[in-house]
Design a protein around this ligand. Structure first.
Ligand code: DP6
Length: 342
């Protein structure tokens, strides 16, 4: 295994795929879905490029995600718009977007307007960085007429936010960790599985801003939790099980593996110092409800990311019942036909 060095920069990597002169269009527009990991990405082996310690597997959320439009800016100044609001260029989201655009245009004087809209219900407390960076990468590919293949776009999106590598694709998606120093083999690819009855339900526990973001959370876990040492092997094993579940259409194996994986990740978070506990009392109450429903024979499982909200995994036949059990449940049918990209 090659050990990645921190010397390789995002600018070096992206620069290799660009010609000296970029010819921007007047308008570029792209959509990327949000995604939920069933086997989580938790821990980086290299910070600058967001190279992960383990491979991960997710389900994309069809029509829920980010739509990004890029246009030339006539004023000569960059402009970043999020959900119809013009942002200060030094706001966290705007500065990340501009730094990402800079990787592509480099020293060239090509001011842009980047207009992003998320249709992810804010009530569901879903992270928008995955769909946001994926949509931005797809839009930049169009805007500068780069015609890069999907695996390169996925690797580029990964440099914006790790989980964004998976949002380039729809359906079940695997992000292979890769081994190379420049990370170009660390990209996602879509799995050839269609599961029309598969459902994801978003349970809102809290919409308040999380205390510690994923980037700092995983850094703290890797640095301070000795439990983390067991994570890479567990993730590899869970990935195997998920592949088996997908190949056999085994929902029980899929759901139980995803829930166990999420709980194992949270165990490493809790074992960090200072401890990282993303759960709130209502998160635990929702978990207990899921377990009680399973006791009663309903096949429902959950997963959770670096926040207090649960994402339920179930099949179409149980949707009506779960909608009555969890008030305000937002249900996504990942294979309802919506294309992942425009
Ligand atoms: C718990 O992709 O948000 O949701 O690469 O630092 O931007 P950065 O982190 P991010 O981390 C996601 C962590 C997770 C698990 C997952 O989505 O796989």
């Amino acid at each position: 295994t090659e050990i990645a060095s921190d010397k390789v920069t995002k600018a070096d990597v992206v620069g290799r795929y660009l010609s000296a002169h970029l010819t921007p269009l007047e308008h570029a527009e792209a959509f990327a879905p949000s995604n939920i990991a069933l086997c989580k990405y938790w821990g980086k082996r290299q910070d600058e490029l967001n190279l992960p310690v383990n491979s991960s597997l997710s389900i994309s959320l069809a029509h829920l995600g980010s739509r990004t439009v890029i246009r030339p800016s006539a004023t000569g100044e960059d402009k970043v718009i999020l959900n119809a609001k013009v942002l200060d260029l030094d706001a966290p989201f705007a500065s990340k977007v501009i730094a990402f655009v800079d990787l592509f245009r480099r020293q060239q004087d090509l001011p842009v307007i980047v207009d992003t809209r998320n249709n992810i219900p804010t009530a569901a407390g879903l992270a928008s960085s995955a769909s946001g960076f994926a949509a931005l990468t797809l839009a930049l590919n169009q805007y500068f007429q780069l015609q890069l293949p999907d695996n390169v776009l996925s690797a580029f999106a990964r440099m914006g936010s790790g989980s964004a590598s998976r949002s380039i694709f729809s359906g079940f998606v695997e992000w292979q960790m890769g081994l190379h120093e420049d990370g170009m083999d660390s990209h996602a690819y879509p799995l050839d599985v269609v599961w029309p009855d598969f459902r994801v339900g978003l349970v809102k526990v809290s919409t308040s801003q999380k205390a510690v973001d994923s980037r700092s959370g995983m850094k703290r876990t890797v640095a301070t939790a000795s439990l983390y040492q067991s994570w890479p092997a567990q993730a590899a094993q869970d990935l195997e099980k998920l592949h088996q579940a997908l190949a056999q259409g085994d929902f029980t194996l899929l759901g139980s593996t995803a829930e166990h994986n999420a709980m194992s990740m949270h165990a490493t978070m809790i074992a960090s110092w200072p401890p990282l506990l993303y759960w709130q009392p209502d998160s635990v109450a929702a978990m207990q409800k899921v377990w009680a429903l399973r006791e009663a024979g309903i096949e429902v499982y959950f997963t959770m990311d670096a926040g207090p909200n649960l994402k339920l995994l179930f099949q179409a036949k149980d949707q009506a019942l779960l909608e009555t059990e969890f008030a305000g449940l937002e249900v996504v049918a990942p294979f309802s036909g919506a294309a992942a990209r425009v």
